[in-house]
Design a protein around this ligand. Structure first.
Ligand code: CO
Length: 144
C-alpha cells in the first residue's frame, strides 16, 4: 500500500442544505460545490473545499445525504441520527494494486473499484479491518 494525499473526509447528514449553511455561516467556508445526486450510492453530495497552505489544494469535506433510507448511508444515519464522520478517503497512485495489496493481507475490500463522487475509481475497506474507520481508497485524480 502506497499512502497518498488525504483527499476528503466523508460526513453524513440528514439535511444537506442545513449542513451547507452550517459550513458557510458557522465555519466560514467560501468554496462549496453545487449538490448533485450520485445514484449509484443513493446519496446527494457536495464538497466543502478547505484552503491549503501557500496556494496548494487543501482537502475536502464530502457532505452526504441519503436519497433513500434503504442505502448504506441511510442505514448509517439510522444509528447516528445527528450525522457525523462517516468515512475517510486516501489517494493511491494505482487503485487495482492497492486492492490487491489489501486483499493479500486479509482486509475486506467492499466490492470492485467503481466510479465515485469525484469521477475517479474508488473502493471501500471494511471498518472492522481498519481500526474502526470506514476507509475509501481513491485513485489520484489526473491533474493533481
Ligand atoms: Co467519499
Amino acid at each position: 500500500m502506497k499512502l497518498g494525499r488525504m483527499n476528503h473526509i466523508g460526513v453524513a447528514t440528514p439535511d444537506l442544505d442545513a449542513s451547507i449553511t452550517f459550513y458557510r455561516d458557522v465555519m466560514g467556508a467560501t468554496d462549496i460545490t453545487e449538490p448533485f445526486v450520485l445514484d449509484s450510492q443513493k446519496v446527494r453530495v457536495c464538497f466543502v473545499n478547505t484552503p491549503g497552505e501557500g496556494g496548494t489544494a487543501g482537502t475536502q469535506v464530502e457532505l452526504l445525504q441519503p436519497t433513500e433510507a434503504d442505502s448504506a448511508v441511510g442505514k448509517w444515519l439510522e444509528k447516528n441520527p445527528l450525522g457525523g464522520q462517516h468515512h475517510v478517503c486516501f489517494e493511491v497512485p494505482d487503485i487495482h494494486a492497492a486492492k490487491a495489496e489489501f486483499e493479500a493481507i486479509g482486509k475486506r475490500v467492499l466490492g470492485e473499484p467503481r466510479i465515485g463522487a469525484h469521477g475517479t475509481l474508488i473502493f471501500f475497506v471494511h471498518p472492522k479491518d481498519m481500526g474502526g474507520m470506514l476507509t475509501e481508497i481513491m485513485e489520484t485524480p489526473n491533474g493533481h
